[in-house]
Design a protein around this ligand. Structure first.
Ligand code: IMP
Ligand code: MG
Length: 185
């Protein structure tokens, strides 16, 4: 195993690297069955999506294109606000395209609720949402993902793209941090 100075900050592991990869392959197979003749455009929501995006498009060997969008919506280090702003816009026209939006985690729903409306207003033909993690208990906006890797309880998790204050994104697994790691807001 690679050396890590992050492991010691983790209280418990929720999903191992192996579990994550196995689940992504299942999602990839399902997406293949539905989209293999549609030339979809995968749109990753930065930054959290970057590992999931890389894995899901390889788990799903269909002719497709990829695109990214970056948003900022954080009210605090732990939760987004309803005030979602695009910090890096799409690099191409999405009119008439079948979009597969790839997100790390669906929490309050503020981000994806905003983005779905934005993509439809820009002329997308369809918007399908794929999220690796879902915290359904936390939902504030009426939005559901079409493909979900894992439901997670109402706890703040890090790893596999998910950060606490921009760190821990490169952990290959997902877990919860020890309480002493959290600094004051
Ligand atoms: P939403 O807009 O509240 O649905 O939040 C979506 C974004 O909040 C995600 O893309 C993450 O960046 C962030 N987020 C929500 N929950 C967590 C978590 O448990 N760990 C790390 N980031 C999270
Ligand atoms: Mg994110």
């Amino acid at each position: 195993m690679a050396k890590s100075n992050m492991d010691r900050d983790i209280l418990s592991v929720f999903y191992s690297e192996e579990q994550i990869h196995a689940r992504i392959q299942e999602l990839g197979d399902q997406i293949y069955d539905k989209f293999h003749d549609k030339n979809p455009l995968f749109v990753g929501v930065l930054k959290g999506c970057f590992l999931f995006m890389a894995d899901i498009i390889r788990a799903c060997q269909i002719k497709c294109e990829i695109e990214f969008i970056a948003v900022s919506s954080y009210g605090s280090a732990f939760q987004s606000s309803g005030n979602v702003q695009i910090t890096r816009d799409l690099g191409q026209d999405i009119t008439g395209r079948d979009l597969i939006v790839v997100e790390d985690i669906l929490d309050s729903g503020n981000t994806l609720y905003f983005l779905r409306g934005y993509f439809l207003a820009k002329g997308a033909k369809s918007v399908t949402i794929v999220t690796l993690f879902d915290k359904p208990e936390r939902r504030e906006k009426p939005i559901k993902a079409d493909y979900i890797g894992f439901d997670v309880p109402n706890e703040f998790i890090v790893g596999y793209g998910l950060d606490y204050r921009q760190q821990y994104r490169n952990l290959p697994y997902v877990g919860v941090l020890k309480p002493e790691i959290y600094t004051e807001e």
